[in-house]
Design a protein around this ligand. Sequence first.
Ligand SMILES: Cc1ncc(COP(=O)(O)O)c(C=O)c1O
Length: 423
Amino acid sequence: MPTSHCKEALSDVWGRLNNSIIVRGEGSYILDDQGNRYLDFTSGIGVTATGHCHPQIVGAIESQASQLLFGQMNCMLPEITLRYATALRGKTPDSIETFFFSNSGAEAVEGAVKLARIATGRPNVIAFEGGFHGRTAMTMALTSSKKVYREGFQPLPAGVFFAPFPNSFYYGWSRKETVRFCLGQLERLLQTQSSAEETAAIIIEPVLGEGGFVPAPAEFLLGLREICDRTGILLIVDEIQSGFGRTGKMWAHEHSGISPDILTIAKGIASGLPMSAIGASHELMSRWTPGSHGGTYGGGSAISMAAALATLEVIENEQLIENARVAGSLLKERLELIVTKYSGTVDVRGQGLMVGVELMRDGKPDKATAINIQADCLKNKLLILICGTGGNVLRWLPPLNVSEQEIDIACKTFELALENSVS
Ligand SMILES: Cc1ncc(COP(=O)(O)O)c(C=O)c1O
C-alpha cells in the first residue's frame, strides 16, 4: 500500500503543522519522503534536545538493544536504570535525591500529585492560570492554557484551584507590581478557597510553556518557596519542557535559586525515547506504600535509560547548556531587531533556547499574523510552533546544539515571513 494511504489509519485527534511524511532526522534538520529538508526549530516540541539522531545516542541505543530491551522494575533491577538514576542524581539539586521513572510528562505530573497527597495527607493542588501539565484526567484538571484541553471533558477531577501566573506583559504592569499582585492573590486563595491545611502542593512551570513562553520572575518563585516553607505545602516544579539545559541552566528553577520538593521531568530527557521521571527527597518518596504507584514500563525500558544516560553525557561533553545560553541570547537579540518592523505591539522573551515572540494588534492577540508567519516559514522549510492562550506567540525551541549559522538561516526566514505577512 502506498504510504500516503496510511494517514487514514490515524486518529484525527492529532492536530498537525503539516502533513509531510517524515522519514529521517539529522541534527537540526528533518527530511520528508519527497527529499525536502526542513530546519527543525520545534525539536519535536522540546524532545530532540541533542538534535535528531545524535550518533552517541544512536550508538548507546544500538549497544543496549543487543544486551537487554526491558527489565521490569517490580521483578528485578535493570543495571542501566541504576546507572542512570545515579547519574541523574548528580545533576539535580540537593533536595532531589531519588527518582520514580515513567513514560510521559503527564504520567510524571499525575505521580507527583499522588506523591504530594500521600506525603501530606492533604487533598488540594494549586496550579497557575495559563499552565499546561498534560492531557490525562488529573493533568487536564491542572491545565488552563487553552480551552481545547478542557472543553467537552468536564467535570474534571476536583481539588484543583488556580492562581494568576506572573505575566507582566499580559497585565501591562511592572515586574515588581505583577509579582506583588500574584503572590497576594495566591495568599488570598489560601485564605478563601483552599486553606494551607487542605493544600498538598503548588505546581508551577518555571517557564510557562504552552501558555506562552513566559519565565516566572525569580522573586515570584522565591515567594512561592517561602509560602510553601511556612505552610508545609509541597512545591512541585514542572520542568518537563524547561529542563535538561533548555534555558541555559540544567533546570530553569536554578535561575531563581529555589529548590523544588518534587521535580517533574520528561521531553529532552532521552533525546526522543519515551521517558519521564519524578524526583524528590528520600524522606518524601518513602511515604508511598510500595505498589501504590507504578506502571508496567516505567524504569524498565533499558533502551530509554541508555538513551537518557547518553543524553546526559552529550549535554556535558558538548557543553550544550553553555550553547543554549549563548545561542539563546543571539537568537533573542536577532529576533528583537527583526520585530521592530512589526507595526503592532510585540514582546520577545525567554531564557536560553526557549524563546517566545508575542504579537499584539490593537490590544488583542494577533493570531492571524502568527499563523501567516508560521505558514510562510514552513514554505521556506523552517518549522516553528505557535503557543499562548491567544495563539499569537511564535515559539522557538531549536535543539541545544543549534549552530550560529542555523540561527542565522532561521532568523532570515522569519524576517522574510514577517515582511510578507505585514505587507
Ligand atoms: C510543562 C509540561 N508539563 C507536562 C507536559 C505533558 O507532557 P506529555 O505530553 O509528555 O504528557 C508538557 C507537554 O508539553 C509540558 O510542556
